[in-house]
Design a protein around this ligand. Structure first.
Ligand code: B12
Length: 212
């Protein structure tokens, strides 16, 4: 049973208005933003995915659930990104080419900002060249890649190779994540780390920067 069942239900049903109002009410009652995400919102999206797989939900339901999730996250974002004074490092992040899923990537970006990182978010459907160019332009020390589709995962390997071809692989740490990604896959393609969720992403990023 999710901790805030009204919020869970609102996202599951794609009810944006209730998702927003229940988030505001929960915060007013002192709920922790990270707990709201981890205990109610992410489980709701997991259930949406399960229903989609079981042919109980179709693309329109995915879309309205995603809209409700994003609406609630919009309210939490400023709270998740409150940061300390000293920047810990710079990270370029994006969802790989062919992939339009950005809820998880946005959450990771917010939490990294909250963890003191400067985040350059390239958005969705990002090509290997765009990642390389962004690192050149910003001198970022780290790259975060997100993929939610098994069909777009291979793009991560191409991106690792693109950094090698550009002579930048030794200069950047590459962290990958997304529902189909595993540690084994990270090892296989030569990424530096795999993060299961947004919280782990922050811990890993700190480790990669040698600041923990
Ligand atoms: C919402 C959703 C959509 C929305 C996306 C809206 C948006 N703006 O993001 C829409 C409707 C657009 C969509 C479209 C499609 N989707 Co979709 N979608 C989902 C769903 C239900 C939820 C994803 C989500 O937001 N989860 C919540 C977030 C918080 O979790 P997360 O993304 O996993 O992110 C966390 C971690 O993975 C990790 N993480 C993520 N990125 C990164 C990056 C780094 C660096 C690190 C360290 C960590 C990390 O941290 C995050 C936070 O904790 C999933 C089901 C699921 N359970 O994943 C299906 C799912 C991913 N979709 C699926 C499919 C098939 C599709 C479509 C092909 C459907 C279609 N027929 O058109 C299209 C593809 C469009 C495209 N080209 O990308 C399948 C993929 C199957 C597969 N094996 O590849 C899934 C798994 C559903 C299913 N069970 O079948 N989808």
């Amino acid at each position: 049973m999710p901790r805030y069942s009204q919020l869970y239900d609102a996202i599951l049903k794609g009810d944006l208005k209730t998702a927003v109002s229940t988030t505001q009410e929960a915060l007013a009652k002192g709920a922790d933003p990270e707990n709201l995400v981890a205990e109610s919102m992410v489980p709701a999206m997991d259930e949406v995915g399960r229903r989609f797989e079981a042919n109980e939900y179709f693309v329109p339901e995915l879309m309205i659930a995603a809209r409700a999730m994003k609406g609630a996250l919009e309210i939490l974002r400023p709270l998740l990104t409150q940061k300390g004074a000293k920047p810990t490092g710079r990270i370029v992040i994006g969802t790989v080419k062919g992939d339009l899923h950005d809820i998880g990537k946005n959450l990771v970006a917010s939490m990294l900002e909250g963890g003191g990182f400067e985040v350059i978010d390239l958005g969705i459907n990002v090509s290997p060249q765009q990642f390389v160019e962004a690192v050149k332009r910003t001198n970022a020390e780290m790259v975060g890649l997100s993929a939610l589709l098994t069909t777009t995962m291979p793009s991560m390997r191409t991106i690792v190779q693109a950094f090698k071809d550009a002579g930048l692989r030794d200069r950047v740490k590459i962290m990958i994540g997304g529902a189909p990604i595993t540690q084994e896959y990270a090892n296989e393609i030569g990424a530096d780390a795999f993060g299961e969720n947004a919280r782990t992403a922050v811990t890993l990023a700190r480790q990669l920067m040698g600041v923990c």
